[in-house]
Design a binder for this molecule. Sequence first.
Ligand SMILES: CC(=O)SCCNC(=O)CCNC(=O)[C@H](O)C(C)(C)COP(=O)(O)OP(=O)(O)OC[C@H]1O[C@@H](n2cnc3c(N)ncnc32)[C@H](O)[C@@H]1OP(=O)(O)O
Ligand SMILES: O=C([O-])CC(=O)C(=O)O
Length: 373
Amino acid sequence: MAKQLGGAGLRGQVAGKTALSTVGKSGSGLTYRGYDVKDLANNCEFEEVAHLILKGKLPTQAELDSYKEKLRSLRGLPDALKEVLERIPKDAHPMDVLRTGCSMLGNLETEEDFSEQQDATDRMLACFPSIICYWYRFSHDGVRVDVETNDDSIGSHFLHLLHGEKPSELHEQVMHVSLILYAEHEFNASTFTARVCASTLSDMHSCVTGAIGSLRGPLHGGANEAAMAMIEKFESPDHAEQEMMGMLERKEKIMGFGHAVYSDSDPRNEIIKQWSEKLAKDVGDEVLYPVSVRCEEVMWREKKLFCNADFFHASAYNFMGIPTKLFTPIFVMSRLTGWAAHVMEQRADNRIIRPSADYTGEELRSVPPISER
Ligand SMILES: CC(=O)SCCNC(=O)CCNC(=O)[C@H](O)C(C)(C)COP(=O)(O)OP(=O)(O)OC[C@H]1O[C@@H](n2cnc3c(N)ncnc32)[C@H](O)[C@@H]1OP(=O)(O)O
Ligand SMILES: O=C([O-])CC(=O)C(=O)O
């Protein structure tokens, strides 16, 4: 059953064209440049999908090797950026750190001309994990990590910097899947933010900085952190059910459920849920995964609301030892590909995005003298 699309929030209104992805239209429900996300998640590394989204085609082995080599060479951070990161307090939210880091990078390595858009994007793709982990390890552990690792992938680079050791094969694989699932999603709020910014002919770093701000909220990317905060309070599936029933009765929003476009399932959920189950077995979990499954059952039974991409990401990331506040920055590391590709698409066929509003204010009136107000 298709979701009723209309009403506030521009829901269901066509606001532009894209050749990058379809949501709720074909295959399992999500396609990137014509490939089903399930197919991509089962058969590709994230860097192949980044190449597909940003450069228009799946790479050959030689193209992939050279793309990964290029990304590896771009992991270092300028000293001025490290200095800024060192001044950000420990209790800052990592999404704010990333927003500042991206903006600072735009000052140091400004995109002077649109011909630099691919290089500016590759640089961010390579160094966002460095930015987030440099700040995290400095502010939390007091160490200045060497961010120039030789790890094979963006996901393993991130886990290596975070934990101080190379990740297991399982964890590297889960990072590939997770980054693929989060990479692109048509005209979602953060991507639309990036496109609006691009439509003024602004620079790539401004578009991405704005998009990070939009992704941060709990109704969008921030939902994976909010979901974690909720499930970690539940001691058992029965406890989860009891608490969820209370939340529903109080008409509270339950993060990680529902979607603006999908009507009865988010195709990314089935995939990340399987990986969460594998990770649960790997760590011997007997609480978080069964609690998450019960939450899913209760929400469907009571409200016909389904898990979106964020819900099982919470337990999966937790099982890999990732601190909750770093969940949404991982989303950024991935969605950067979608944002940048949309910026490029907008630039290639641009008209400034400037919709209209229905006015609901006062009728025309004259300004009274200040003594009479
Ligand atoms: C990667 C991502 O960004 S995926 C989205 C991540 N966000 C979340 O998980 C936050 C929780 N979910 C939500 O807030 C919403 O489902 C959104 C923002 C994702 C979509 O919003 P909308 O398109 O406006 O939702 P929709 O029209 O389906 O809502 C229908 C009804 O279900 C309710 N509803 C929707 N989601 C939820 C939820 N998670 N918990 C409780 N009730 C919900 C709405 O409040 C609404 O009720 P109402 O008619 O009484 O007002
Ligand atoms: O499309 C949306 O509204 C939100 C979403 O799932 C995403 O951005 O991945």
